[in-house]
Design a protein around this ligand. Structure first.
Ligand SMILES: O=C(O)[C@@H](CO)OP(=O)(O)O
Length: 229
């Protein structure tokens, strides 16, 4: 059996303030740090050791995996970072309070922006300071591929090639992989792993800082999955 650990970062400061976050590089809240520690404690308790870690370019995920690695005393494990594991880019919604946005645009509209498969949030312009082209961490990338606001479908389109080309071959070599990422980049991956329809993925929510274990067969199809608690 092949094992994969999916871990959404611990609660961020903007999670606690109920703000759309996306590619904004928001730190963990004190509660989020505790959640990350707990995730490490659980992996240790169940003796689920990993050989390789993938994370995003965003500090809430990077710090989460670091705290976990410290807890399981595996700070030496290789960590590979990729922008492709970043959270879904929330466009012009980034920074707004979700409740206030619902009061202004209605619950249905906000639900559509948050959970529909193919509806993009309002886009940011190329001049907007939130455009990733201004951020040195994306300087190596062609600006044409940098998002101005993504749907889940767009997120799947950038996460999936990374899974197929980089991560899946490592698992096939019997490495246990930890992916420390984000609510929607992990939903994108789960949608692929479980072959979920756009209707089915709407109902999938991933809690912060809780290890989700997938046991996979030789074809890397899920046999079972469960959260550690
Ligand atoms: O704000 C965000 O970036 C995400 C994750 O916190 O929010 P949502 O769950 O609404 O997609």
């Amino acid at each position: 059996m092949y094992k994969l650990i999916l871990l959404r970062h611990g609660e961020s400061v903007w999670n606690s303030e109920n703000r759309f976050t996306g590619w904004m590089d928001v730190d963990l809240s004190p509660k989020g740090e505790k959640e990350a520690e707990m995730a490490g404690t659980l992996l240790k308790r169940y003796n689920i050791l990993y050989d390789l870690c993938y994370t995003s370019f965003l500090k809430r995920a990077i710090k989460t995996q670091f705290i976990v690695a410290e807890k399981v005393d595996r700070l030496w494990i290789p960590v590979v970072k990729s922008w492709r594991l970043n959270e879904r880019h929330y466009g012009a919604l980034q920074g707004l309070n979700k409740k206030e946005t619902a009061l202004e645009y209605g619950d249905e509209q906000v639900k559509t922006w948050r959970r529909s498969f193919d509806v993009r949030p309002p886009q940011i312009s190329l001049e907007d300071p939130r455009f990733p082209g201004f951020d040195p961490r994306y300087a190596q990338l062609d600006t044409a591929i940098l998002p101005q606001g993504e749907s889940l479908e767009d997120t799947v389109a950038r996460v999936l090639p990374y899974w197929q080309v980089e991560i899946a071959p490592q698992i096939a070599e019997r490495k246990t992989v930890l992916i420390a990422a984000h609510g929607n980049s992990l939903r994108a991956l789960i949608m692929h792993l479980e072959e979920l329809s756009p209707e089915k993925i709407i109902g999938v929510e991933i809690p912060t800082g809780t290890p989700l274990i997938y046991e996979l067969d030789k074809q890397l199809k899920p046999v079972t999955h469960y959260y550690l608690e």
